[in-house]
Design a protein. Sequence first.
Length: 184
Amino acid sequence: MAKTDNLAHGTLDVARAKALNLSISTKHSVEISNFLRYKKTDFAKELMEEVIEMKRAVPFTRYDQDLGHKAGMMGGRFPQKAAREFLRLIKTAEANAQVKGFDTTNLKIVKLVANKAAIPMTGSRLRYATKRTHLEIEVSPIKAKVKQEKKKGATGTEKKEAKDSTKKDTSSKSKKSTTGVDTQ
């Protein structure tokens, strides 16, 4: 597996964090990832704390079969165990951003991926599969929007002056040609 070069991909302004082989549900992780992606890290931490306290549900859009309605959404759940891991991962990404010198109050989640990990079989005689998930997050500082004034072309008076100067040039050329003698 090749190592990626940050300079080639233009990702120098990104801080990353990974968590591998977490014993949380992959389906819950996918739904939380879709819920938090492209949000500010401060807001995402508040959301995860509310999910852990069972004050706010995570809307389930993909894995929503046999789910009850929650206030303000169709189907949702309170995946507390996965929310704890996401909260820890967001804090780690913020710490990595601070080490890189970014302003941690102004970070946005630009990549949040949950993948299914290898499933180890546990138990001796009656073996069963356990849940494992890989999580990856990338945060980037939000760039301040600079107000740009609309660049207008030449104003009306400048356009008239430009036309007048071109007319003078063409009229002087025509005078030279009528006399038959070029004075250069």
